[in-house]
Ligand binder design. Structure first.
Ligand SMILES: [Zn+2]
Ligand SMILES: [Zn+2]
Length: 141
């Protein structure tokens, strides 16, 4: 809908700018009229402004279409990926030895320098990557 109104604004703007251009020769004719020059330039600039506004409205409508997709993706994420110990916070690191995804708080409680080996949490990495390329994720599934 916004895309349509943007197209209309651009069409009307082009029409007004065209009329302005059409009036321009009258300002430079044999019997030149200074007020005609002013009127023509006003019409041209108004037309250009309308065209630019049309572009703006179109670009904004594209942005609002894209935003809900990423918002819903972010909304689902905290429920899916949670710390294995407290199940509240987002895991930042994974203990490879015990197969535990841990948040920063639980990491300090879990830490055992003799056995534990940590890697960045795969859950978190997947969520970060999916924001950039959800297409590749759907292919892998
Ligand atoms: Zn935790
Ligand atoms: Zn561990």
């Amino acid at each position: 809908m916004a895309t349509k109104s943007g197209s209309w604004m651009m069409a009307v703007g082009a029409f007004i700018a065209f009329i302005g251009l059409y009036c321009l020769p009258a300002a430079f004719g044999s019997d030149s009229d200074r007020t005609m020059l002013g009127a023509a330039s006003v019409m041209i600039s108004t037309g250009m402004l309308l065209i630019a506004s049309g572009f703006y409205v179109k670009a904004r409508s594209l942005g609002t279409v894209a935003a809900p997709v990423s918002a819903s993706a972010n909304g689902k994420r905290p429920r899916k990926s949670a710390c294995d110990r407290c199940a509240v916070q987002e895991p930042v690191i994974q203990c490879r030895v015990h197969q535990l995804h841990l948040c920063a708080d639980c990491l300090s409680k879990h830490y055992d320098f003799r056995s534990c080996a940590y890697v960045p949490s795969t859950r978190r990495g997947a969520s970060v990557k999916s924001a950039a390329g959800s297409l590749s994720q759907t292919v892998s599934r």
